[in-house]
Design a protein around this ligand. Structure first.
Ligand SMILES: [Zn+2]
Length: 176
């Protein structure tokens, strides 16, 4: 279901068919548990919601010096790492207020509710899109042509705002 959502978009028929399939499976599980009359709580969670990537890609290549930082892209987020603090600051200045399409934060200055500040895996810098976009690095990778995947049609594109379509899902049912 997640793969279909990323690939085809959250509103696509392919994604709807997966939602229906998962719904039937959970329905069968629920009915089976009910028939056992055992004290079982059924909890269903998701790791993220999704919305359509309507505003295309944001290429970070013009702002990034690949010799001084490492960039890990994850859809609407980019995690930027550098072992030398001077390179972190250089990258921050190269990104800060350079485009209305994204924001960049020093990890230590991210909003506390994101829980990034104390986690070095979050990157020394964190960049997030401001719109329904995903980050890409279009610069060819050191001589080898990087296989270019088609851009995703669905993503958790506004994780910063915590917008409704991108919220996580949690539901439970208690034994009857
Ligand atoms: Zn996903």
């Amino acid at each position: 279901m997640d793969t279909a959502g990323h690939h085809f978009g959250p509103e696509a028929d392919e994604t709807r068919q997966w939602v229906e399939r998962i719904d039937q499976i959970i329905g069968r599980l629920h009915a089976g548990l009910d028939s056992l009359s055992l004290p079982v709580n059924l909890i269903v969670v998701s790791d993220h919601g999704m919305q359509s990537v309507d505003d295309g890609e944001v290429d970070l290549s013009p702002y990034i010096d690949p010799a001084s930082v490492r960039v890990v892209l994850e859809g609407p987020a980019a995690w930027i790492y550098a072992s030398d603090p001077a390179n972190v600051e250089k990258a921050y200045r190269a990104l800060k207020r350079k485009s209305p399409r994204f924001e960049v934060y020093r990890r230590t200055e991210t909003p506390a509710e994101w829980h990034f500040r104390e986690n070095p895996r979050s990157g020394d810098l964190v960049a997030l899109v401001n719109q329904a976009s995903v980050f890409v690095l279009n610069r060819p990778q050191e001589g080898r042509e990087k296989a270019r995947r088609p851009p995703p049609k669905g993503e958790q594109v506004t994780i910063r705002a915590g917008s409704k379509p991108c919220r996580r899902f949690f539901t439970r049912s208690d034994p009857t």
